[in-house]
Design a protein. Structure first.
Lengths: 326, 305
């Protein structure tokens, strides 16, 4: 029952936040210079065509009216239609208004759903790699604060967080795929194409996990229930594995929820460098082509994911530590 | 005022009276090896970036075909004064890195100052006032935290001309909510402290209490951690440059130099690699300093030092 009321409250809050987000993004994209109707029909189209297109899309109405009708579509799951991307999947369709090859534009939601699995795959591999490296290192660092494992964790974290991802991507491509021919790098033609981008993304995630884990393990180890464990006759390894680690995981899980946005920034750039056909590449191309409905749709889609992941994170944290209340 | 700040953060033994927590944090940090390494390295790089372009006759922008694609120092065929080699247009890589570092630092530091000022003043106000002001500001931070700001940032910079002030503004406005949250939570705790009540009794206005008495207690620990954010913003700036949405060429920045040099990676690896190494070193120094400060702060706030 408690979980139900929690879910209901959080989902309501989430809906409010998403409404706010939609409003902010919608207005921002309307305020920036650039006429969408002109963008759709192309620079060479005569003015009448532009005006006609604007009327057809309802762009000549006041912004609040447009917003309400956009919201109406949004509720039914319709995120609108891309300005430049055709249904066939090419990145640019005939751009001029009288181009014979010009075809029906793709739905924003379809574009997002088509690229999302690729990004999830990349993110999952990267997260697994990062956890594999950072969890042992961070735990050791927290168990021996001030000693060499702690210093090692700090040093590795500092170097990883200081590495610009796009540069690392280029350098790794040069060494691993051009010089050593170990891994393929550019594009996507099978799972092996995920590994190199995932390594770069993992390097970006590692420092956050390391920092949080070192601090939280060190903190939990100072707690009374751990300090008193030897008196209860528990061995050190038993204390650490079954009492300390679970409790130290909570800040880590919270971190994953909060840092999603930052992770996304990394995904964007990394997909761009490796030409990896995921949500990030779609976003960058949408921005470079000024495809406003697509940008708007992606931004809203991501905030929905953000809200849902945070609810999920809180639920998991509550299961681990029943003392927590939200 | 120092005494008030000191007594209210954590009660100290009599011997340490008169030393403010901020001072103590700095002392602890300065005693750490990693902080010293970071400080020395960073000071050297910044000194180099500020001074060398002033005194050197080498122009980072001027094209000189006679000296194009010279390799860096130990490799065969390098020429003085091009220690790190030259790029495809004969421009000195070292000088371009240093100018890039200047822009990177300028944007990084101003952005963090902007974030800090906006976030902390809103957060302080929200925490100190409470009630509906608090609720509105906090919901605003919630909303902004759930907008993927990088998308908005690149959209705004992609549509309008990316100038230095525009970049600072966009990055700064995307980062304030975290500061607002932290400042608010600390201010909430300070609100009912004795010294605030005392000032109230004396008839001080809210603004006076906030700026003169609460802010000096609350802000320095947050400012310590902001050093880490400078590094983060410098990376962000270079990402924008890499995507072509940062400071525009011919002005060299880390991002646009690396993006440009990608084409010459196979026959002139140093053009893309050197700026990256430069960034890596300067950011590592900055991060070492930042994390040492953060640890010192945590130690003081826990009451261990």
């Amino acid at each position: 029952m408690f979980v139900l009321s929690f879910l209901l409250r959080r989902l309501l809050q989430g809906a409010l936040i998403i409404l706010l987000v939609t409003f902010i993004i919608f207005t921002l994209l309307r305020v920036v210079p650039g006429d969408p109707a002109r963008l759709i029909v192309g620079g060479m189209a005569p003015d009448e065509v532009v005006v006609m297109k604007a009327k057809e899309l309802g762009l000549d109405r006041p912004i609040p009216v447009q917003f309400v009708s956009y919201l109406g579509d949004l509720v039914t799951g319709d995120l609108g239609t891309s300005f430049v991307r055709p249904k066939s999947g090419a990145s640019l369709g005939g751009s001029s208004f009288d181009d014979a090859t010009r075809e029906e534009r793709a739905k924003v939601l379809d574009l997002i759903l088509a690229t999302l699995p690729m990004t999830l795959q990349l993110a999952a591999v990267a997260l697994a790699l990062a956890l594999l490296v950072a969890v042992p290192l961070g735990t050791l660092g927290g168990l021996y604060p001030g000693r060499w494992p702690d210093k090692l964790a700090l040093a590795i974290g500092s170097i990883c967080v200081s590495t610009p991802n796009f540069w690392l991507g280029i350098v790794l491509t040069l060494f691993l795929s051009v010089k050593l021919k170990l891994l393929p790098a550019i594009g996507y033609r099978g799972f092996s194409y995920t590994i190199l981008p995932a390594i770069v993304l993992a390097v970006e995630i590692v420092p956050f996990i390391l920092r949080t884990l070192t601090v939280s393990v060190a903190q939990v180890m100072r707690e009374d229930f751990i300090q008193l464990a030897p008196i209860r006759g528990l061995s050190r390894s038993r204390t650490i594995f079954s009492h300390a680690l679970g409790n130290s995981a909570i800040p880590l899980i919270n971190l994953l929820g909060v840092q999603l946005g930052m992770l996304l920034g990394g995904v964007l750039v990394i997909e761009f460098i490796f030409d990896y056909p995921g949500l990030g590449l779609l976003t960058i191309n949408a921005v470079l082509q000024r495809d406003f409905p697509l940008i708007q749709g992606i931004a809203i889609f991501i905030s929905v994911m953000f809200v849902m992941i945070n609810v999920l994170v809180d639920l998991i944290a509550m299961t681990i530590d029943p003392r927590l209340e939200y | 005022m120092a005494d008030i700040a000191h007594e209210n953060v954590a009660p100290r033994p009599a011997a340490k009276r008169g030393v403010t927590p901020t001072r103590r944090m700095l002392q602890i940090a300065a005693a750490r090896t990693d902080f010293r390494i970071g400080l020395v390295g960073f000071a050297l790089l910044v000194g180099l970036a500020i001074l060398l372009p002033l005194v050197s006759p080498v122009d980072p922008i001027k094209i000189a075909y006679g000296s194009k694609l010279l390799p860096p120092f130990p490799a065969e065929g390098w020429k003085w004064p091009y220690l790190l080699g030259t790029d495809q247009l004969g421009r000195d890589v070292l000088m371009r890195c240093l100018v890039g570092l200047r822009y990177s630092l300028l944007i990084g530091i101003t952005t963090v100052v902007l974030m800090f000022v906006v976030g902390c003043s809103l957060g302080l106000y929200a925490g100190f006032r409470g009630g509906w002001v608090d609720a509105v500001i906090m919901r605003l931070t919630d909303a902004q935290l759930s907008i993927p700001m990088i998308i908005l940032a690149i959209t705004i910079l992609g549509v309008s001309r990316p100038t230095v002030p525009a970049i600072i503004l966009v990055l700064g406005l995307s980062g304030w909510p975290l500061y607002a949250r932290v400042a608010r939570s600390v201010a909430l705790g300070e609100r009912s402290r004795g010294y605030v009540l005392g000032e109230r009794v004396l008839g001080a206005s809210d603004l006076r209490i906030m700026l003169l008495f609460v802010a000096p207690v609350v802000l320095p620990p947050i400012a310590f951690v902001a050093v880490l954010d400078i590094a983060r913003m410098m990376i962000f700036e270079s990402i924008l440059g890499f995507l072509g949405l940062g400071v525009q060429p011919p002005t060299p920045t880390f991002g646009n130099v690396i993006a440009d040099a990608r084409k010459y990676l196979l026959n002139a690896w140093w053009i893309a690699t050197m700026p990256g190494v430069f960034m890596l070193v300067s950011l590592t120094c900055l991060n070492l300093m930042g994390s040492a400060l953060e640890r010192a702060r945590n130690a003081v706030l826990r009451g261990e030092a």
